[in-house]
Design a protein around this ligand. Structure first.
Ligand code: ADP
Ligand code: ADP
Length: 229
């Protein structure tokens, strides 16, 4: 369950400037595919097409054989979990932010997800910029901590498909390792599409796709791409 197929996908934001020019790949259920390539290559566009923020203009995007154009927005949202590059938090506790999308989850499940993402110690706090009625001030979270809130949310939601947008910002080594291990945990056994900015972080991806100028320039496992130079 959760196979994603892009079949000969064509897309342009402006008719006279094609962004994706016949892109085909498959993410088999439970596997991890990473998309790499220079800025502007069309990587984020691929994630927007999967979520149907835009529709393809040629070819198709399918989940388990079904065209995403035939799936309701609400079932798309429950099938796909997103860990974005920059997480925007709501004006409520971290705990509530984790619960978003799974309002029925128990306190114990929220706590467990938070602990797996290594933010268990401060989930009753508010994010920075917000205040409680009694004037308690919000907690300043680093970019890595915010990303871990999104990871905890995804652990709780447990969607079959995971869309990860790796941080472009330079995180310190320890934060990067902590995020990497939390991501490994959440992507385990799930269909995972990673927008990667560093080849070094996707060493164990089942396939790496190098996107250049809207087309797949190279594809293979990490070792194959290194061999190819
Ligand atoms: P599989 O078991 O199908 O190979 P995994 O869940 O083990 O898939 O993930 C493969 C690799 O992809 C992981 O080891 C991890 O390093 C990498 N990965 C997953 N998410 C990210 C991410 N957001 N950024 C960078 N690398 C990631
Ligand atoms: P990447 O994620 O690889 O950096 P994107 O998919 O974000 O690339 O963008 C691919 C190209 O499409 C870029 O040249 C970008 O400027 C352009 N683009 C992205 N979003 C829009 C938009 N909403 N309208 C017009 N052009 C866009």
């Amino acid at each position: 369950e959760g196979t994603v197929i892009f079949d000969n996908v064509h897309f342009a934001y402006d008719a006279n400037r094609p962004i994706l020019k016949g892109v085909s790949f498959e993410v088999p259920a439970g596997k991890t595919v990473a998309i790499v390539g220079p800025s502007g290559a069309g990587k984020s566009t691929i994630s927007r097409l999967l979520f149907r923020f835009y529709d393809v203009q040629g070819g198709s995007v399918k989940i388990d054989g079904q065209d995403v154009r035939d799936v309701t927005q609400s079932s798309l949202r429950s099938a796909i979990g997103m860990v974005p590059q920059d997480t925007v938090l709501f004006n409520d506790t971290i705990s509530y932010n984790i619960r978003y999308g799974r309002v029925d989850a128990s306190e114990a499940d929220v706590q467990r997800a938070a602990e797996l993402a290594q933010i268990g110690s401060f989930i009753e706090r508010l994010p920075e910029g917000y205040k409680t009625m009694v004037g308690e001030r919000g907690l300043k979270l680093s970019g890595g901590e915010k990303q871990r809130v999104a990871i905890a949310r995804t652990i709780l939601k447990a969607p079959p498909i995971l869309m990860l947008d790796e941080a472009t910002s330079a995180l310190d080594t320890q934060t990067e390792q902590e995020i990497q291990s939390a991501l490994d945990l959440v992507s385990q056994g799930r269909t995972t599409l990673v927008i990667a900015h560093r080849l070094s972080t996707v060493i164990s991806a089942d396939e790496i796709i190098v996107l250049q100028d809207g087309q797949i320039a190279e594809r293979g496992r990490h070792v194959d791409l290194l061999d190819a130079g």
